[in-house]
Design a protein around this ligand. Sequence first.
Ligand code: H53
Length: 829
Amino acid sequence: MSQAAKQDANEPTRTGLSRGALKRAVLDNLFYVMGRFPEVASASDRYSAVAYTVRDRLLERWIRTARYYKERNSRTVCYLSAEYLPGPHLLNNMLNLGITRTAGEVARELGADLAEIRETEEEPGLGNGGLGRLAACYMDSLATLQIPAIGYGIRYEFGIFDQVIVDGWQVEKGDTWLRNGNPWEIPRPKLTFPVGFGGRAEHYTDKHGVIRRRWLPDLMVNGVAYDTPIMGYGVTNGNLLRLWKSEAPESFNFQAFNVGDYYGAVHAKIEAETLSKVLYPNDEPVAGKELRLKQQYFFVSCSLQDMIRLQLRNAGTLDRFHEKYAIQLNDTHPALAIVELMRLLVDEHFMSWEQAWEITRNSCHFTNHTLLPEALETWPVALFERLLPRHLEILYEINRRFLDEVRVHFLNDEERVARMSLIDESDGRKVRMAHLAAVGSRAINGVAELHSSLLKTTIMRDFHDLWPERFHNVTNGVTPRRFMVVSNPPLADLISDTCGHADWIRDMRRLRELEAHADDAGLQGRWREVKTAAKGALSDWLGQHTGFRPDPETLFDVQAKRIHEYKRQHLNLLHIVWLYEHLKQNPNAELTPRTFIFGGKAAPGYFMAKLIIRLIHAIGEVINSDPQVNGFLRVAFMPDFNVKNGQRLYPAADLSEQISLAGKEASGTGNMKFAMNGTLTIGTLDGANIELRDEVGHDNFYLFGMTAEEVQQRQAEGYRPWELYHGDAQLRSAVDLIASGLFSHGDTELFRPITENLIHSDPFMVLADFHAYQERQQEVDRAYRDPNHWTRMSILNTARIGKFSSDRAIAEYAKKIWQIEPAPVELAD
Ligand code: H53
């Protein structure tokens, strides 16, 4: 027996990482878990067998970590987020275990193909866009940086809808990600917490004669924990994503059953289970939706009860709760944690108000992700009171004490008091969730430098006046594991080859070592080969899924993100229409052949966004079938943009469109994912674009458009888009061409809401930035014709992207915000 074979034979089948052990384990799982033998196994069976094999290997490390953290009673980050978009787990977990290559070989030996297995995986679409994906990147980095952390959220049965395109329109299809089971989660039926709703609050006298207040809810729901291990890269640490599923209490309405009210009993059960049924498919809150408020309270309450359980088990008292936990509120969605923690400490654990407030305010930290007024969450007081009567009392008391503090700081300034109050009295009474989050948190941060500074001068200005020391910036970051190594292995290999190491995967600043080779003809050639191959793969995918296969020789110009007017997909479209006209009128114009590729979902109730999707298709249909322009111009739409499809796009893009109106995009993270894959950016001075441009070098970034300050000024002066429309012939003819019905089979009504809106109101100043955008695009056009120069810029984008690793962001949170140290777990021999 060879040495390797001997070693294989000695390795435990359940956890061993060698080829032999893996192979045996896959076959065992196919047989014993899936009940299949190889000849009859479906792709889904093969996927599950491999996934269970990988999971078994994670569990050992994961459980070891849990034990280690428990023994040390480690300070722990609790990331509270209503959304997580982790993407497919399998390849990422293989990477973290260091078994990607071996697993590929094993799959081949078993007659399966890792690529096919990978395609089979359904991703958990438990989020809408940037905010949910950021939470997933942060979970990845927390584990990699060996920081003890639990991500708490909701296990939605139906995540973000699947987008299909029918006749150019978005049609939403239910997401059934759990249909074939989920090998990555471990249900914890015993880990269940009761959560109340409704009812009333009352006084009572406790056994010591003290008069207290308590809540008597009239509906109880249980939250059951489902755990997913989140492993670090190249380390043994594994953290925990704990998602709550709602269930009716076991004893659900027996009384109703007994009196024959079968329907009533079943109804109560359904109502309880509805809570975690579906994710709201909006990137911003839907005003007044009762179920959403219930979802928020549900997951926050379960999570806090869980933290309290752990702390009582470990320390026997809650006095040092804030030393044990750093709670991070991902936007205002979990801001009820502040009120709920107060209720749990005061009403259920009999702590004094003062001590409870001290603990609460020292436990919580708040990240704001938007300045858009329509995205700032408020809840009608009446709804709040009906669902959470005791919480409203507590909120009023927090507010009373807070406003006293404001009055002491700012004498005789009742206007300020009204502005800062947790209750907005101006238009029906509403609870302001951002104010609650600010009042109850030790630290408040924005997600890019511009955003954090605008936060201090706009929506949080009064709070900054009062507590300047609480404000921070932590610029977002994304994980290089998923967005480089997993999604673009040939690029990762080329980088490792060039640098002579793979350490950049954990220390992204080391990508700088590429800089020295940016002019190297050999590297440039290989760099282009990698990009062209990725473009070919994307083309094939698009061909299969949309019937249109873009030519990989053309420049791939990509805008992929949620469809929203502030992100200005219609600015991109106006430019395409202008190019089209230009080409029609100047058939010999010298142009770089380009394929414009769009991707993104629209909120189902967002009419304009859905119409923009329709317009993308309409323009594509006309342009793509016009032989006169086809050598130069094509338009494609990638349906169902999600993490998995994003992974196909980022490696294949030559140009990334980050063209939001300055001051509107808090950070953006797609900008980072493209740039790390060697994609150049055309963008405004918005969100993290500004920092990205500073990092990659101004010469390697196509900047255009007004600054946030200019935008404010222009708006203050009175913005009149119709003057721009009448004053610029090119702009006018592009808008008019859309209005003419050319792209809508003569229908002049279909796109009128877009064209009229642009001419008469244009809230996101598309017309004001059009000219600058068009000019910059011409520069792109010219630059792409010089492959060596373009490739140099592309290499420099990757080389200088290190700052935007989520590892850097998490290290900043750990130091500035949470004051937490790594707790490295060692693997026992
Ligand atoms: O959060 C991202 C930012 C991005 C911002 C996004 C976001 C949502 O996805 C949903 C709600 C919300 O308020 C903000 O739009 O700019 O990059 C992560 O911070």
